[in-house]
Design a protein around this ligand. Structure first.
Ligand SMILES: Nc1ncnc2c1ncn2[C@@H]1O[C@H](COP(=O)(O)OP(=O)(O)OP(=O)(O)O)[C@@H](O)[C@H]1O
Ligand SMILES: [Mg+2]
Length: 232
């Protein structure tokens, strides 16, 4: 069995948190002890005087995680901009060792860890590392989330090809927020050298911001074969 999965996206805002949460919850329902991680979050929210990551909160809630916030989200940046830009604003560079130590602790503690990426694979983390380098350091396979928007074919195919050029394993693609038929799915399938794991339609009752997930876990379980993500 894999020790986890890294959920990346064709872009920001495509549904990485929603899909990562659904993967974690479905694997938990299979009887495994699951952990979640959002290594770097930018755009912190203030709740009761404490800065928190909305993504980390959502991911923790969907699996009832009791892990410390610092472990789930070791790097929290206040400004909602690219991580290196948000970090340079604070004057403190992103501490990659802190991320990897938290990741190791989570993998020791849990059977399977679902890690949500930051934006896409070529988001810089510091002067030398991209998100893709973090994936390689964690030695995890990818699930690539894309969604139904103009530009998604290009972004999704570029993500697949870049992952392959870095020798990152790809479990497959989840096309999220599908609105109008499945033409986009057929196009991506036709040109992609990575498989499509399944699709999730746009649903009114999902909101990461409000920490509500509707029936996403049941829908995900019905639409997507999670054993392909769990198995080596
Ligand atoms: N299947 C869906 N149906 C309806 N709304 C969705 C669906 N998937 C995601 N959303 C909504 O779309 C928005 C973006 O989703 P999400 O936060 O999961 O994206 P992301 O890729 O994690 O973004 P970020 O790059 O900011 O981490 C959120 O408001 C979320 O609630
Ligand atoms: Mg997110």
């Amino acid at each position: 069995m894999e020790k986890g999965v890294f959920v990346t996206g064709s872009d920001t805002g495509v549904g990485k948190t929603v899909i990562a949460g659904a993967i974690a919850a479905v694997i938990k329902a299979h009887g495994l002890d699951v952990g979640v991680m959002k290594p770097i979050a930018s755009g912190a929210k203030e709740i009761e005087g404490k800065l928190v990551s909305e993504d980390a909160l959502y991911l923790k809630k969907i699996i009832d995680s009791t892990d410390d916030d610092d472990l789930v989200n070791p790097i929290l940046l206040k400004l909602p901009i690219a991580p290196t830009m948000a970090a340079s604003n604070t004057g403190v560079p992103i501490d990659i060792d802190k991320i990897l130590e938290a990741y190791e602790e989570l993998t020791n503690k849990h059977d399977f860890v679902v890690v949500e990426g930051i934006g896409g694979l070529m988001v810089p983390i510091d002067d030398t590392l991209f998100v893709a380098d973090l994936v390689l350091k964690m030695n995890l396979p990818l699930v690539i989330v894309s969604s139904d928007y103009l530009g998604t074919i290009n972004h999704t195919l570029l993500t697949v090809e870049y992952a392959k050029s870095r020798n990152i394993r790809i479990k497959g693609i989840v096309i999220n927020m599908l609105k109008s038929g499945d033409d986009i799915v057929r196009e991506i399938e036709k040109y992609s050298s990575a498989p499509i794991l399944g699709t999730i339609t746009f649903k009114e009752n999902i909101s990461v911001e409000d920490c509500v997930y509707g029936e996403i876990v049941e829908d995900f379980r019905r639409e997507i074969n999670v054993s392909k993500i769990m198995r080596n």
